[in-house]
Design a protein around this ligand. Structure first.
Ligand SMILES: CC(C)(COP(=O)(O)OP(=O)(O)OC[C@H]1O[C@@H](n2cnc3c(N)ncnc32)[C@H](O)[C@@H]1OP(=O)(O)O)[C@@H](O)C(=O)NCCC(=O)NCCS
Length: 147
């Protein structure tokens, strides 16, 4: 089940964020601002109970015609079971209802083969390699999906 993230999810989302991205994680304040803004901040849950968050995705509209997917996480114990694909499919269905949107972009570490594979499966293409995009000289791919 896919639902909008609300402020009551903040603590749990922050905990997941820290566990997965460690020192690279978004701050609590940033997550709070993203929940309060009109970003597309969606969670996937196993049941109606908030404690059962499997993962989440955050997209911000950074241009009149574009969403930027800035975060996408499935909790470790739920990975490789198809939940990431399910969350991406539902997200794209929702984005398709925004008729003004003609593309989604995202940045991903060039070493994150699993995420890159998933994005490609949904039609994202690598547009550019950006050297030293992340800390510790890690490079990124800029990927784009035309809608
Ligand atoms: C990337 C992520 C969201 C994927 O979620 P998921 O629920 O595991 O994804 P799915 O189960 O739907 O699909 C995983 C796919 O990766 C494949 N895969 C698994 N391990 C892999 C690896 N080491 N290299 C390449 N592909 C791999 C699986 O075979 C599967 O492919 P399929 O759809 O063709 O069967 C999840 O791994 C995650 O949260 N990672 C940590 C956070 C992160 O890196 N987010 C992306 C930031 S840009």
């Amino acid at each position: 089940m896919i639902k909008k993230v609300t402020l009551s999810d903040l603590n749990k989302i922050y905990k997941i964020e820290k566990r997965i991205f460690k020192s690279d994680s978004f701050s609590r304040k940033l997550l709070q601002n993203l929940i309060n803004s009109n970003s597309l901040f969606l969670k996937i849950v196993v049941s109606k109970k908030a404690e059962d968050i499997i993962g989440y995705v955050i997209l911000i509209k950074d241009d009149d015609h574009r969403f930027n997917l800035i975060n996408f996480i499935i909790r470790k114990k739920y990975q490789n079971k198809g939940y990431g694909s399910l969350l991406m499919q539902k997200t794209l269905n929702i984005v398709n209802n925004h008729t003004e949107i003609n593309k989604i972009i995202l940045n991903v570490k060039t070493t994150n083969l699993k995420a890159i594979k998933l994005y490609k499966k949904f039609g994202f293409e690598i547009i550019e390699r950006i050297e030293d995009y992340y800390r510790h000289n890690e490079s990124a791919y800029l990927m784009e999906l035309k809608i």
